[in-house]
Design a protein around this ligand. Structure first.
Ligand code: CUK
Length: 637
């Protein structure tokens, strides 16, 4: 670890005594016990959290913090997860495409508006399948602003604010199915002075009728797949490109000019045999500047009710390299994964059904688009044999690549320059440096800062699909493993097995100084924040608005009375100002359960359809008098 890049000011967690002092100073709506976090005092003992000790392996002593955040996908559980590395401790689960009753995600009006609702107000989707999490970039490295994450199930892209680690936008891609690969751009393709993320690119794995309205159901030959570009700022879909074949993973170049997807179904087939028919599949490159010039010139169509411009990236329309927007580079059969090397020079596609990785040189791709390279295959500068079932490749910033081998259950370390030399005919080139057993059947692996220019070659995480005998059995389904490998030395060292709830795919490992989180919210960010002036009950016909405030250990109203049949909107603002002093708000038999963080406002709307007395209570432990923090919610018959 480059010590200059480490932010050591974070090493001392905010002192427990400081925390107590601040909360004690706050007036507690008439109760001034100041016992927030009542167990804390004993735990603090006489010793405050000390300066960092040198880490040995994965052990992070009590009071010490990890060096890295890992942001990982969670597959069909639909959320994003945050781990600390090297300890592997789970720091947070961020609900995104799922419904989460701890946070109230999918329950509050604010989260429902982000997820999207049907005309009757219920959620449009309650499931999701996340595979790829990537951070926004500035100057070729993470800027700590946003994370973007895909939903393969319903073809949605979500954005997570890194300062709160909460999802703030979700966009559904029109006319897309099986949205799998996602990658933000790293530089603006048109205005090269803009050296930060402005767009997010999305591949599409499944062919569907275009539009998908019941036409061509029995004629999959006519189906197609669209590549989509989403604005990072507005999260609106800017344009789409129709390609031949499908798209699996996605990568972008550091100069902003190119995006690429590996294709395992150039055949456009609808069954397994058909998808495996061709000896070679492809990696399709898109020339982003040219795509946007076509859109600007109005040379696009639209599909169905979508207004998003769609340009034609199919081979037939792109025969002349000098005007082409797409290039199909043949790579080994049914590839998986495409990854950019941190020096900005190469994309690597893995063979999956072939024991090879294909190295494509980006300057040659640009030369092809200029008409100076004839054969698309001439952009390939290496194709080493690396092992069975290669999937994803990570980098250490020292010229080495680490590819997951699904069938061999290994991570293989190989040298990119040696592979290029071997491809040119050097028989003595030593391509394979080392193979390390992982347990078992790895999908993705990813390295610390490995997808940035600051790849630091410290850790590699191997996300394994099977753990078999690594943990105590818990029934027919075993946990997955995230195995941490120290790659800083000459040889790889497996240093930890971390369990993971199914099913993580990809992740990124981010230096902790990149991430700047907020301690509390800003009340004025919430237009519906409850104020002492408007707090209380407002009735308009049978619509009742309950405006409530919380401050440990009380809600502002001890009694809330409504009538059966009322439509109740309950808005709650948390007036506590101390970090972590979060309250919950639950109403029995009404399915209401959500949290409000300090200075945050959230609301729920529901029909008071059954009469009775219900204790509205705080679910999130907040104070010595937490249990007493409850109000009577009375529904008159
Ligand atoms: S994919 Cu899962 S192991 Cu969705 Cu990135 Cu390759």
């Amino acid at each position: 670890m480059d010590s200059k890049k480490m932010d050591t000011t974070n090493d001392t967690p905010s002192s427990r005594r400081g925390f107590l002092g601040k909360s004690a100073a706050l007036g507690l709506a008439g109760v001034t016990l100041g016992l927030a976090g009542c167990k804390e005092e004993a735990a603090a003992g006489g010793k405050s959290a000390a300066a960092p000790a040198a880490h040995h392996g994965t052990e992070i002593a009590p009071g010490q913090l990890d060096d890295y955040y890992a942001f990982i996908s969670s597959g069909h559980s639909g959320e994003a997860r945050v781990l600390g590395l090297p300890s592997g401790r789970t720091l947070k689960r961020i609900p995104v495409f799922n419904v989460d009753c701890m946070v109230g995600w999918g329950i509050t009006n604010e989260s429902k508006a982000i997820i999207g609702t049907k005309p009757d107000g219920t959620l449009k989707y309650i499931t999701g399948d996340t595979h790829h999490v990537h951070g926004s970039y500035k100057n070729g490295t993470y800027d700590g602003r946003w994370l973007f994450i895909n939903d393969k199930l319903h073809s949605r892209v979500a954005r997570i604010r890194m300062d709160t680690m909460e999802c703030d936008k979700i966009t559904e891609l029109p006319n897309v199915a099986g949205f799998h690969g996602l990658f933000p751009d790293k530089r603006d393709p048109v205005d090269q002075k803009i050296d930060y993320t402005t767009r997010v690119f999305c591949g599409a794995e499944f062919h569907i009728p275009l539009p998908n309205d019941g036409r061509d159901l029995d004629n999959p030959d006519k189906w197609g797949a669209l590549f989509s570009c989403v604005s990072a700022e507005t999260m609106e879909v800017m344009w789409q490109v129709r390609v031949d074949g499908n798209m699996d993973l996605c990568a972008t170049s550091y100069d902003g000019k190119l995006a690429a997807c590996n294709q395992y179904n150039v055949e456009n087939a609808a069954d397994l045999n058909g998808m495996m028919a061709a000896e070679r599949d492809a990696c399709v490159f898109l020339h982003i500047e040219r795509v946007e010039a076509l859109v600007k010139a109005g040379k696009f169509t639209t599909i169905g009710s979508s207004k998003v411009p769609v340009v034609d990236g199919r081979k037939a329309a792109n025969a002349d390299p000098k005007s082409a927007i797409s290039l199909y580079v043949p790579v080994s059969k049914n590839p998986h994964g495409v990854n950019a090397s941190p020096d900005g020079k190469y994309f690597v596609c893995s063979g999956k059904l072939s024991p090879t990785a294909t190295v494509i040189e980006l300057s040659k791709v640009l030369q092809w688009f200029d008409g100076n390279v004839k054969d698309p295959r001439d952009t390939v500068v290496a194709e080493p044999e690396i092992g069975l079932g290669p999937l994803h490749t990570a980098f250490d910033g020292r010229g080495n690549a680490y590819t997951s081998l699904f069938l061999d259950s290994q991570a293989v370390k190989w040298n990119v320059d040696a592979a290029i030399a071997q491809f040119k005919g050097d028989k003595n080139a030593k391509v394979i440096i080392e193979k390390l057993d992982v347990h078992y059947q790895p999908g993705h692996n990813y390295s610390s800062m490995g997808e940035t220019r600051e790849a630091d070659g410290k850790y590699l995480n191997s996300g394994n699909k099977f753990s078999k005998d690594r943990f105590l059995p818990v029934g027919p389904l075993h946990p997955e493993t995230e195995q941490l490998v120290d790659i800083s030395g000459a040889s790889m060292k497996l240093i930890a097995d971390h369990t993971a709830y199914p099913e993580p795919h990809d992740g990124i490992i981010v230096r902790r100084d990149v991430v700047k989180t907020r301690q509390i919210h800003t009340m004025t960010d919430f237009p519906n924040a409850v104020t002492p002036e408007n707090a209380g009950i407002e009735r308009k016909g049978n619509k009742v608005h309950v405006r409530l405030m919380s401050q440990a250990p009380a809600f502002s109203m001890p009694v809330i009375k409504v009538k059966k049949g009322d439509e109740v909107t309950l808005t709650l603002t948390n007036y506590d100002k101390v970090e972590d002093l979060t309250h919950g708000c639950a109403i029995p038999t009404y399915n209401i359960n959500f949290i409000v963080n300090p200075q945050e406002t959230k609301s729920v709307t529901f029909k008071a359809d059954h009469a009775g007395a219900f204790w509205l209570y705080c679910t999130h432990f907040c104070h010595a008098l937490h249990l007493e923090m409850r109000s009577r919610f009375l529904v008159e018959a």
